[in-house]
Design a protein around this ligand. Structure first.
Ligand code: FAD
Ligand code: AMP
Length: 479
């Protein structure tokens, strides 16, 4: 194999593999180094491209969310349609096998894309050395190859944060990967952290029958979301049986006769609860351990994030970094956009990422999605705004689908009417948000959406009506 390339990418997650493919499309001789192996199933231990997202993140979580939602709907939604079944049962092994098949198919697909685009795929741990060289190490830490390149893109991604007094044993105290791989439904499941990952994984196992308690250190629920939406979400999750306790700081867990005893403090009081398994979902940290040799010239901050400028340039010439390991939201699509932008910059073009227009989605039921700023953030900045909202219950399609929960809320600048944020909770809002991302990317006003024809009957009519409501002229509600 050649040892000299135009570009070496370290990491084959959505940041790295997308950057590598785009580099190759632009005519650059590209290698991509990744150490990830398949986690489960008959492919276990084999190299597996796609990073966290395809192997142990976005895709397997969505597979389980979908399976568990189908099961939940069978019992709780279908009867309203006149469909009933006796003895509904979930075969967890089959559900997991389906998930594994999806993961293998997609990760194998990246390998095929690499082949088709002539990206050289290298399995191992990459370490950036001096003079634009990269050592590739095997599992035992031995250097197996040294490669060099004109440009290097770092896309090492992130790993789950471990609580100091509650180390993962990967059996009863697990991270998100462990919670994606349970082979039976835990009777009592404790989740630490009511962030996106905690809520999604809590929903999966709650729908399948676990008693789920979610302990969250902060006093407010889902602070990253618009608080209007967060309140609706909290009510819905409580109705589904998710026991979310706020202001609950978890310290440790001990294995006792009745299971795992989790100790936490809430309003200055010490509490304990007993559970059978614990999922620690308190956030992720950059996977930069062993990535940077001391003399490579790339700086990382005290939390391990690689320091970059707006263009994803590190302090070292010709070394770039993208994705979860740099500032900004830890989202797959943000990583990919940065990967494409860096590839285009390397090839002499002008890469572009609009950080004001990164959509967020939480794939619970109802789904939560937003783009732009929240009402509370805008208020804090003293920006004058006008808002319009519209409930799905007032749309014919949501009623016909038996999915009346939720709303669309639109926020526009009070003077210019420019869209500043759109926030949604309801069925399929992960898909509905796309229109609003485009609108914001084009710097649209709420009036632009109000004047756009939306098909009837669709859920998107709620977006249209929310835009009309900004100007107090929604048709199907009292303004
Ligand atoms: P990663 O996907 O983490 O990929 C980095 C790759 O680099 C990995 O394969 C790693 O093994 C490899 N690597 C690291 N260091 C080295 C090295 N030195 N040498 C060789 N290889 C190395 N995001 C969304 O947008 N939507 C979702 O629905 C979503 N759901 C999620 C659900 C879960 C349970 C989790 C855990 C995450 C989820 N995310 C989601 C987040 C998403 O997975 C990440 O934002 C995304 O994967 C980041 O992409 P990346 O390319 O920066 O890094
Ligand atoms: P995210 O960063 O979105 O994945 O969310 C992680 C959540 O975990 C945050 O809301 C944190 O407040 C919460 N968290 C972090 N540490 C603890 C802890 N020890 N006990 C309870 N919640 C925690």
């Amino acid at each position: 194999m050649a040892s000299s390339f135009d570009v070496i990418v370290i990491g084959a997650g959505p940041g790295g593999y997308v950057a590598a493919i785009r580099c190759a499309q632009l005519g650059l001789n590209t290698a991509c180094i990744d150490r990830q192996t398949q986690q489960r199933g008959d492919q276990k231990g084999r190299p597996s491209l796609g990073g966290t997202c395809l192997n142990v993140g976005c895709i397997p979580s969505k597979a389980l969310l979908d399976s568990s939602e189908q099961y939940h709907n069978l019992i709780h939604q279908f009867p309203a349609h006149g469909i009933s079944v006796d003895n509904a049962a979930m075969d967890v092994a089959k559900m997991q096998a389906r998930k594994e098949q999806i993961v293998s198919g997609l990760t194998g697909g990246i390998a095929q894309l690499f082949k088709a685009n002539k990206v050289t795929s290298v399995h191992g741990h990459g370490r950036v050395m001096q003079d634009n060289t990269v050592d590739v190490l095997d599992d035992s830490g031995q250097v197996i190859q040294t490669l060099s390149a004109r440009e290097i893109i770092l896309a090492p991604g992130s790993v789950p944060i471990e609580l100091p007094d509650m180390p993962f044993d990967h059996e009863v105290i697990v991270d998100s990967t462990g919670a994606l791989n349970f082979d039976q439904v835990p009777k009592r499941l404790g989740i630490i952290g009511a962030g996106v990952i905690g809520l999604e994984l809590g929903s999966v196992w709650n729908r399948l029958g676990s008693e789920v308690v979610v302990l969250e250190a902060l006093d407010d629920f889902l602070m990253i979301a618009d608080q209007h939406i967060a309140r609706v979400a909290k009510r819905q999750f409580a109705q589904q049986g998710l026991d979310i306790r706020l202001g609950a700081m978890v310290k440790k867990a001990d294995l006792g006769a009745g299971g795992l005893r989790m100790s936490y403090t809430q309003k200055g009081k010490r509490n304990t609860i007993e559970v059978d398994r614990i999922v620690v979902a308190v956030g992720r940290r950059p996977a930069t351990d062993g990535l940077l040799s001391p003399d490579c010239g790339v700086a990382a901050d005290d939390r391990g994030f690689i320091e970059v400028d707006d263009q994803c340039k590190t302090g070292a010439p010709h070394i770039w970094a993208v994705g979860d390991a740099v500032r900004g939201p830890m989202l797959a699509h943000k990583s990919s956009e940065e990967g494409v932008a860096v590839a285009e910059r390397i090839a002499g073009g002008t890469g572009h990422v609009d950080f004001n227009c990164v959509p967020w989605v939480i794939y619970t039921s109802p789904e939560i999605a937003w783009v732009g700023q929240t009402e509370q953030a805008l208020q804090q900045q003293g920006i004058e705004i006008k808002t319009g909202s519209f409930p799905f219950a007032a749309t014919g399609r949501a009623r016909a689908m038996e999915q009346p929960i939720g709303l669309v809320k639109m926020i526009a600048d009070a003077q210019t009417d420019r869209l500043l944020g759109v926030h949604m909770i309801g069925a399929h809002v992960s898909e509905l948000i796309g229109e609003c991302v485009l609108a914001m990317a084009y710097q649209s006003s709420s009036e632009d959406i109000a004047r756009t024809i939306h098909a009837h009957p669709t859920l998107s009519e709620a977006t249209h009506e929310a835009a009309l409501a900004v100007d107090k002229r929604a048709i199907h509600k009292v303004n």
